[in-house]
Design a protein around this ligand. Structure first.
Ligand SMILES: Nc1ncnc2c1ncn2[C@@H]1O[C@H](COP(=O)(O)OS(=O)(=O)O)[C@@H](OP(=O)(O)O)[C@H]1O
Length: 260
């Protein structure tokens, strides 16, 4: 076999339901990128297994190729920033962010497919809905507090080493978002609009042809689910709840994601 296994140069660290699979599958068609297909969960659940175990999961790379993995739970794991910095403080980090309200509903919709007898979204999201009191301890809500989590990362990494992908623009303009990801990774812009087409049946952008045997044309059924309908009142209350957090996040990263 050609090439060596090396620790990742770049990691997609989050966020859950942000569009992390799409970014990994799209960037890995680049000839200078090799990626792990599965989520390794090394910096949260499997850290005890050690760096040699982690390295063994990596794809073989030739000189000049970068290796990547994605595990969306890292973004909300308190120990992950320190652990990744201890591996290499030069690791490039990618965070795919999405409107936290839509993200929470997407997250809940996914949990519901695994556990159908779940309380309603509103029961879980609010401690007291008439008072608009949100339960920040519920994971689907907590994950969307991006500014809070980013603070932990900024204690270990400079902002320039973290690239934020808009989960919304990833759907409306995948080539544009992938262009910026390639710039951030120091790669030639090889993945372009020529690689994508909008699949009307799927309702999402897909790859025109399988560039490699591992990449599907469209992402699987678990990507792009029909969301559970949540009443407008609850959605508005959650928008009000997240607004100040979102504004703080925009200020931290210097970009307005327009989740209003
Ligand atoms: N091209 C394309 N095809 C399909 N799906 C796309 C695409 N681009 C972004 N998305 C959005 O990705 C959402 C799933 O995000 P993740 O892959 O990060 O989910 S996970 O955390 O790994 O489970 C998924 O969320 P849901 O729509 O809620 O299912 C999609 O909206």
């Amino acid at each position: 076999k050609f090439g060596n296994k090396k620790l990742p140069n770049a990691i997609i660290v989050g966020v859950k339901k942000g569009g992390t699979r799409a970014v990994l599958e799209f960037i890995r068609i680049h000839p200078d990128v090799r990626a792990v297909g599965t989520e390794t969960h090394f910096f949260d659940r499997n850290h005890d297994r050690g760096l040699d175990w982690y390295r063994s999961l990596m794809p073989r790379t030739l000189e000049g190729q970068i290796s990547m993995e994605k595990t969306p739970s890292y973004f909300v794991t308190a120990d992950a920033p320190r652990r990744i910095a201890a591996m290499s403080r030069h690791t490039k980090l990618i965070v795919v962010v999405r409107d936290p309200v839509t993200r929470a509903i997407s997250d809940y919709t996914q949990t519901l497919t695994k556990t159908p007898d779940l309380p309603s979204f509103q029961e879980l999201a609010f401690l007291n809905q008439s008072q608009g009191l949100v339960d920040v301890s519920w994971n689907a809500i907590r994950i969307g507090l991006y500014a809070l989590h980013l603070e932990c990362w900024l204690r270990h990494f400079p902002l320039e080493q973290i690239h934020f992908v808009s989960g919304e623009r990833l759907i409306t303009d995948p080539a544009g978002e992938l262009g910026r990801v390639q710039d951030f990774l120091g790669l030639k812009r090889i993945v372009t609009d020529k690689h994508f087409y909008f699949n009307r049946t799927k309702g999402f952008p897909c790859l025109k042809k399988p560039e490699s045997s591992v990449s599907p044309r469209c992402l699987g059924k678990s990507k792009g689910r029909t969301h559970v309908q949540i009443d407008r009142e609850a959605v508005e209350q959650l928008r009000d709840f997240y607004r100040p957090h979102n504004v703080r996040f925009y200020e931290m990263v210097g970009f307005d994601f327009r989740w209003d």
